[in-house]
Design a protein around this ligand. Structure first.
Ligand SMILES: [Zn+2]
Length: 191
């Protein structure tokens, strides 16, 4: 969407007001009068990931690694995203591993790219692939493995109502795909 097609804040607040009226409630009563503005501020936070470029975040790399070529694993990065089918919360954790090929990246950057992709409308399968692909594109490592486990409130808090169910997705590239030993080493680290 081009910038000029993008609705402004007042339009989005009006849309929230419409939803409140549609529920049967009165958007002008005391408890609801500020709600459209609050919802828009919350949505700005939920969807701020569209403003950032994950590959740019990863682009500062370090080459003084003394030839380090073992697996690097960041475990259990918590994230909150929203499913693109219901705009319902997806709450989970990410495990990210790679085996470098001469270059490493600051570990906080790995956590930040999870955050950037989470703060968009998502499906978990796509988010898993996006994280792995961004690391693969920027670092050209020997391999990348990404596993996400998350609870989808569109199925735990509504619809089929199955609390306690989580979805596990993974994307393995390079040696994580080709070498059963490497894949197993990574998977054994995830509880
Ligand atoms: Zn959903």
């Amino acid at each position: 969407m081009s910038q000029s097609d993008r609705p402004d804040r007042a339009e989005v607040e009006a849309a929230v007001r419409t939803i409140i009226r549609w529920t049967g409630d009165d958007p002008d009563r005391d408890g609801l009068i500020e709600t459209p503005a609050r919802v828009v501020r919350a949505y700005e936070e939920y969807f701020r990931g569209y403003e950032e470029d994950p590959e740019a975040i990863l682009s500062k790399t370090f080459e003084e690694t003394e030839g380090y070529d073992e697996m690097i694993v960041l475990r259990g990065v918590r994230f909150e995203s929203h499913c693109e089918h219901h705009i319902a919360p997806i709450i989970g954790r990410a495990w990210i591993a790679y085996i470098p090929n001469g270059r490493v990246v600051g570990i906080s950057k790995l956590a930040r790219i999870v955050e950037v992709y989470a703060k968009r409308l998502q499906i978990q399968e796509k988010m898993t692939a996006q994280i792995a692909n961004a690391i693969d594109n920027v670092l050209s490592p020997q391999g990348v493995g990404v596993v996400l486990k998350a609870e989808h409130q569109c199925m735990t808090a509504r619809g089929i109502l199955k609390p306690g169910t989580d979805l596990v997705t993974s994307r393995m590239l390079g040696v994580f795909r080709d070498s059963p030993v490497t894949r197993q080493e990574f998977l054994s680290i995830i509880e």
